[in-house]
Design a protein around this ligand. Structure first.
Ligand SMILES: Cc1ncc(COP(=O)(O)O)c(C=O)c1O
Length: 344
């Protein structure tokens, strides 16, 4: 890969793709302990062809963003939550947790080292940060490894769903991304491998992504592509699915608090696919998606339109405005949400 130069980047028109920035961070785990991590300029990794991550998917990852504030400073959004979720994901795959304080420090180091690549405040872009961990032990039989690499890379990104706050169309799938009792709650590569075929089918049929239904009955909404779902009922209540097989989204838990602050009486509760009539508005929420209004959901050939197929609803817009104002440092949010990255 060729390293990207800031002069090659159009910060106002960034897509969601990988760019090879000057610095990543790496730490290795051997003999039962983590070694000291450090920045590296090498964006490639040299691992055994038999590394357990490659064959049996012993891999976990995270995704968070750094936001350039109006005053030129930089915020992370709730990195402690990503650190904790990565630990939980790792435990599910018998991997050692990466210490949470070190996780946050490594993310800050990567942001600081690549600070010239953080899109300006006015662009609406951000620096997407991808911490991950892989099992590197060469293993043939199916069991957990003993050697691991923790790594963090970053790449500048624009909006995930092109068009930003324009509603998009979703479609249910016969496929599941995660099993009941499987790894849906963990952020592991295997869940995403399982989602590629249904995602591609949905795109080919002209939809922006898939609505996954619960893996037991195919009756309740689970997730929208790689984002959690919310609906706002006709009487203004914020509802989001409760299920053991969805990813505990940090954006979701943040919006539950903001919806409460805004008097929307939020709940996590199972949401049946045949009860969409209760909603005036709907959206997808996640670090990449931020809040993306859902224009319609098509299920078994029947299309349900929410607020509008072309306009964002007022409550979705209000939640979005409040969330990004906190992330970009324009408004104060709950204590500990916006974390300043000292730039030196
Ligand atoms: C499957 C899935 N669900 C939900 C989310 C949203 O989670 P978060 O808000 O923590 O980014 C993501 C993205 O991380 C995801 O991949």
């Amino acid at each position: 890969m060729t390293k990207v130069d800031t002069k090659d980047l159009d910060f106002d028109n960034l897509d969601f793709s990988y760019r090879d920035l000057p610095y990543s961070y790496e730490a290795e785990y051997h003999d039962g302990k983590w070694g000291k991590g450090k920045l590296t300029t090498d964006s490639s990794m040299n691992i055994s062809e038999a590394a357990v991550a490659l064959h049996y998917g012993e891999e976990v990852f995270e995704g968070l963003k750094a936001y350039r504030r109006k005053d030129g400073g930089v915020n992370l959004f709730r990195p402690d939550r990503n650190a904790k979720r990565m630990k939980n994901s790792a435990e599910r795959l018998l991997m050692p947790g990466y210490p949470e304080a070190d996780f946050i420090e490594s993310v800050k180091e990567v942001v600081r080292a690549n600070q010239d690549f953080i899109p300006p405040y006015e662009s609406g872009g951000s620096l997407y940060i991808r911490p991950f961990m892989i099992g590197t032990s060469p293993i043939v039989g199916v069991h957990a490894g003993q050697d691991f690499t923790f790594r963090v890379y970053a790449t500048p990104v624009g909006a995930y769903y092109p068009g930003g706050l324009t509603p998009t169309a979703f479609v249910t799938s016969e496929f599941d991304r995660a099993a009941h009792g499987g790894t849906g709650q963990a952020k592991v590569g295997g869940n995403y491998a399982a989602s590629m075929l249904p995602g591609e089918e949905a795109h080919r049929a002209g939809y922006s992504d898939v609505v996954y239904l619960d893996p037991r009955e195919h009756h309740y909404i689970e997730e929208l592509g790689s984002a959690n779902f919310f609906g706002i009922t006709k009487d203004g209540q914020f509802k989001t699915p409760k299920s053991p097989s969805i990813l505990p989204s940090i954006t979701k838990y943040s919006l539950l608090e903001l919806a409460d602050e805004m008097g929307m009486n939020p709940v996590e509760t199972p949401i049946a696919i045949d009860e969409l009539d209760q909603f005036a508005e709907a959206g997808a929420m996640g670090t990449a998606a931020v809040i993306s209004p859902v224009g319609s959901i098509t299920h078994k050939g029947n299309k349900h339109v929410f607020y509008s197929e072309t306009e964002v609803g007022p409550k979705t817009q209000a939640l979005y405005d409040r969330l990004i104002a906190i992330q970009y440092g324009d408004e104060k949010g709950p204590a500990g949400w916006a974390v300043d990255v000292p730039l030196d």
